[in-house]
Design a protein around this ligand. Sequence first.
Ligand code: SF4
Length: 432
Amino acid sequence: MKSSNNTTPDALLDEAHGKPIVCGGCELLCEDLTTQSIQSGTGCALADNWFAHGQLRPESVIDGKNVPLTEAIDMAAQRLLSSRRPLITGLVSTTVDTIQIACTLAERIHAAIDANASETSILTAPTAIRVGDVTADFEELRDRADLAIFWGCDPIADSPRFIERFIQPVPHNGVRRTISIGPTPALPPSSHNLHFSVAENQLVSLARMVQAQVEQKATSRLSGALGNIADQLKKSIDAAHCIGFISTTTTEQTGLVSWSLSHLTRSLAHQKPSFEIRLNSGTAAGGGNCAGASTVCTWRFGSPGAIPHASSAGSEFLPAEADTQRLIERNEVDCMLIIGRISSRIKDLLTRSPKPKTVIHVSDTFPLSQQKNSIRLGCASLSHSTEGGMLRSDGRLISLQPFATSQQPSIQKVLNDLLDQVAVKTRRRSTP
Ligand code: SF4
C-alpha cells in the first residue's frame, strides 16, 4: 500500500534517515518503521493514515478566522473559564507528558476528563478493576505461548500488524498453534490454526464451560455444539505448555465477555503459564496511547476516565455515566477541549449532538467542519515532530522518535501556554 504523503515541508532530520521510527497509529506502537518506508508506504493502512498528516501546517483559528496562536490560546482560556460544564477528551494520540498537562488543566478548571475509551463507557468498567487480569507483554506472548487463542476478536482490524509481529514468529519452545473463537478466523484455517464459529452472545457461556472443565467441576462430556467446542478447546489447552488469550473490547455493553474470560485465564494460570492480552480497537480510538491516558488519569484521579470533576483530592468514577459519550448525548457539556487527533467515535458524537457547544481543538489536523464557537490551536505534527513517550497496552513505555523539524510549537508547549493563560486569568478574576 502506498502512502499519499510523498512530500513534507518540514525538513527531515538527517540523522533520522534509516533509523527506526515509532508509529503511534495504534496501541502496538511499532518501533521498526523508517523514513523511507513512511514515504513509500508502510504496508499498514492505519500507519499510512497516522503519518499522512506530516505535511500540514495547521493554522490557529477562532470561529473560522485565522489568528495568531497566542490570540487563540488567550480566547481558549477565556472560554474554558467561562464554561459551566467543560470536558477534556481526546488524549490518546498524544504523549504521557501531554496527558499530564491535560490533567493539571482539568483540575484547574474543574473539568470532566475522559479519553472516550470503550471500557469507561460500559457500566461494569474495566475488567482489571473488578477481577484482576493475568496479563503479559506482547513479547512474552511471541516468545513463550505455544497456543494463542483469539477470543472473539479481529486482530487485523484492531491492530493490523499484531499477527505479523507477535504470532507469526516461532516461539522459543517450537511450534505455535492458534485457535480463533468468533465469527471469523484470525488466520487461514489449517491443522495448526483452528477456527470455531461462535456468536458473541455465546462467548460467556463458552468461557464458563471451559472454566468448569479446567476446575474439574464438569466431570462428564458436555453436550451440544458449544459443549463440543468447549471439549476441543480443553484438549488443546491440555496439550499446550503456555497459553495466551487475545481479546478485544466487544460490542456488548455488560462487560461479561471480558469478565468471564478473565476468570477463565485466572483459573488456567493456577495450572500452567496462561495470560490474556487485551487489544483496544485502534481504528476507532484515534491513536495508540489509550493505556497512557487511562494510566495517567488513574495516577492523578484514581480512575482511568469517566471522571465528572477532576480533583487529585478525590474524584468520582462514573463509568457509563460521566464518559464522553454520555456527557455529550445528555447535553451536559458546554465546552469541549479535544487534545490531539480526533477519533471517529468523538467525531460521530459531535455530528449527532443537537446542542451547540464550544469546541476547542489542539492538534496538527482539524477534520471537524464546525466554525461557530470553535477554536483551533495548531501544533507540530504529532506523528513526525513530537518527542515523548507513549504506553503500550502491556505497560511498556515506548519513546517516540521525531524525524522532522517543525515551525510549529509542540502540543506540550501549546497546552502549557494554555495552562499558563488559565492561571493568569484565574488570578485576575480572584483579585478584587
Ligand atoms: S500496527 Fe499499529 S502501530 Fe504498527 S504500524 Fe500499524 S498502525 Fe502503526
